[in-house]
Design a protein around this ligand. Sequence first.
Ligand code: ADP
Ligand code: MG
Length: 695
Amino acid sequence: MRPDILNPLFAEVEALKGVGASLARPLGKLGLARVVDLLFHLPVGWIDRRSVDLLDARDAGSIVTVPLTAIDYRQTGGRGPFRVQAADGAGNCVSLVYFGGNPGWARKLLPLGEARIVSGKLDRYGDELQIVHPDHVLIPAEAEALPEREPVYRLSEGLTNKRMGQLAGQAIGRAPDLAEWIEPSLRAKHGWPSWHEAVTRVHADPADGPARDRLAYDEIFANQLALMLIRASSRRRRGVPLAGDGRLRDRLALPYALTGAQSRAIAEIEGDLAQSTPMTRLLQGDVGSGKTMVALYALLIAIEAGVQGALLAPTEILARQHYETLSRMLAGVGISVAILTGRDKGRARESTLMGLADGSIDLLIGTHAIFQEAVAYKRLGLAVVDEQHRFGVAQRMMLADKAERPPHLLVMTATPIPRTLTLTHYGEMDVSRLDEMPPGRQPIETRVIPSARIEEVVEGLGRRIDAGGQAYWVCPLVEENEASDRAAAEARWVALKLRFGDRVGLIHGRMKGPDKDAVMAAFQRAELAVLVATTVIEVGVDVPNATLIVVEDADRFGLAQLHQLRGRVGRGSGKSVCLLLWGSGGEGDPGGRQLSDTARARLALMRETNDGFRIAEEDLRLRGAGEILGTRQSGDIEFRLASPERVAALIDMAKDDAHLLVDRDGGLEGPRGQAARTALYLFERDAAAGLLRSG
Ligand code: ADP
Ligand code: MG
């Protein structure tokens, strides 16, 4: 149970003064439903409100704060704006402009002949200076109240900074004093304020480093502590050692021999599974290195040992593909395989759920639906997670709940995940690498081509498909906007259809699931020769006969993404080509863009190497771990106070501190332990706190 002291923070925002439905809605858009959300909705920047003595035309365009005296009122026409002519101490004039509304209000705010401190954006209007709707008009005695750095918040329509500031103030007012959970010497060393002081200070001064660091640290600490408790509890509960007898693996009729790297990874996994400590292993291998086969072996070992296995795919398309590939391979093995995604409804879903519960299904493949609450397994023993970097604390808790004893976990990825990330999400993981490609692969030839030459590209595409080949045509992410992505893809599809007829298919994120499946299946069966797509095909799709991929506006993609896309070809024995087009030269881009130096360098790197590790490392260097961490963008709130940079800087300390605490006081019973419990609830790692009781 959440400690009572936190209750005021976990009340709905409507509990605050002046917040009704009409304000709750825009707050909700920002994910701010409870008081604590407002408290942790930190300013993203600030406006400098330090005042100057005199107006200066050179400041036009920026915010100024300056003492002014109103000298005249003007109103042009009946409906024109109301203007207050005001002068500074040297007689420089500015007009303060108020549109609409009631001029009485401006007159009251700025009586003629009286000095006021005015703050707002200074603009030039013809020869004059003006400030439209000043942000602040204060009598000099009140000017103290104006902070030098006024916080700026992320807003949605219907909210203003001022309002956010007030709400934050109310939230702070409800924030209790909490007992300290940080090791005192650590706090002293960094000069960190108490928690309460820190939340107060970050809202007053967004540039307050120690206060920000402290809050980030708290959040990281709570996360590390949660991971440690999960780990400790799964140790305590122990997993089920799984020793397969090989009978199912023997029945697999493989069309090829395993690579050395695959065999090594499988052996490592087999070793882990035989232990009673649950496995947490990361399988890293470049696109096309054959991770699926390793997963299959791991799952078969588990099933041989009498438990159920689950394979989690990041997208619907991949889940179906895995389902089809594995079902085909497992046809002669004699186990029962099922699929479950958000799309499976009604009777089919019911029967799958029953099969899982009564143990008649051995292997379940699907999207994250497979670990949701309604899904009960008879004896889940191994979970394999494919290409999902955000399998965080919450997901692991759900997984742990799926079995009496914690299942073994294998996570597969083509991205070399930085250590901070595995630490934040998993505590720690053991790593297996597939550092060897299946034999017979020909390197993919990559060419960088200005899109002015798109006609030649289409010609080449024609020759290839006439010769029986297949190709992907990837359309760019025009904006962070699915509708316009789709429009771009649809336009290209129409154009290519005019040329090549019904052999051209289209797939994009907004299509209905069954429609997507139908298109993918047609492409897999080679009924379609060209697949025009948005990045929905990015991860994992496997059609070995496809040997050409064209990526439009390639300079707008991240390196790792391009590498993933390129990995869609070069999967069979045919020679594959990847064409990276840049500079769309289309509407709104008449002359074609110039390629920036970085973009040029990135595309050159793509041309130069097929080595996914090199590319991923370069990509990380360019983007920082932030995007892989995916904190802000994704709405997945693993961390909301700690920026990726702070995570990188503070995580080792937080880990050591959490370790120390758990070593000394594993039940979190002492005063610091109790305080740390509160931190778990404050940062909503309660599930982990729950483990303490059941421990
Ligand atoms: P990824 O690591 O990207 O998930 P996949 O598991 O999809 O790679 O495998 C890529 C392709 O390589 C598939 O078509 C698969 O059948 C094939 N493959 C996997 N292992 C081998 C092997 N040992 N020899 C030959 N081909 C293999
Ligand atoms: Mg894969």
